[in-house]
Design a protein around this ligand. Structure first.
Ligand SMILES: [Fe+2]
Ligand SMILES: [Fe+2]
Length: 138
């Protein structure tokens, strides 16, 4: 389990809600599929998780575009890498019927997503967002 931490907070309500929701559901999925949950149920939860993550990336990118974030392309490239990792991990999980090994891989990917992308890339955008909206509102 990867608990939510204050250091993950971007102070952008839409983004924080999506990050929290994703992390919560990812933890639940991991714990649930570790014990003997049916393939069908793991598959449904995984599809839901994938949808959550992909729509989060799209919405975050839309917000960055709207605010003319100078590092948009860099951030998008990082999302692209995560999109392909998501596809890869998803196919390993399904092909191995959610084996412990593939669940371990999934866990490490979520950890990397949170500790690398969220803490560095999203936080960089969060600082820009705070500056931009501060200037915009004064
Ligand atoms: Fe991001
Ligand atoms: Fe994000």
């Amino acid at each position: 389990m990867i608990p939510w931490d204050k250091i993950f907070e971007t102070k952008i309500p839409l983004i924080d809600n999506q990050h929290k929701r994703f992390l919560l559901k990812a933890n639940l999925f991991y714990v649930k599929c570790k014990v003997n949950t049916s393939f069908q149920e793991c598959e449904e939860d995984l599809s839901y998780l994938e949808k959550l993550l992909l729509s989060h990336f799209s919405e975050e990118e839309a917000l960055q575009k709207e605010l003319e974030y100078p590092q948009f392309h860099h951030h998008q490239a990082s999302h692209d890498r995560l999109r392909s990792i998501t596809r890869e991990v998803g196919s390993h999980l399904r092909a191995s019927s959610f084996s412990n090994e593939s669940l371990q891989e999934f866990y490490h990917c979520v950890e990397t997503f949170v500790k690398d992308h969220l803490v560095y890339d999203d936080m960089k955008f969060a600082r820009y967002y705070q500056e931009k909206t501060k200037i915009g509102s004064s």
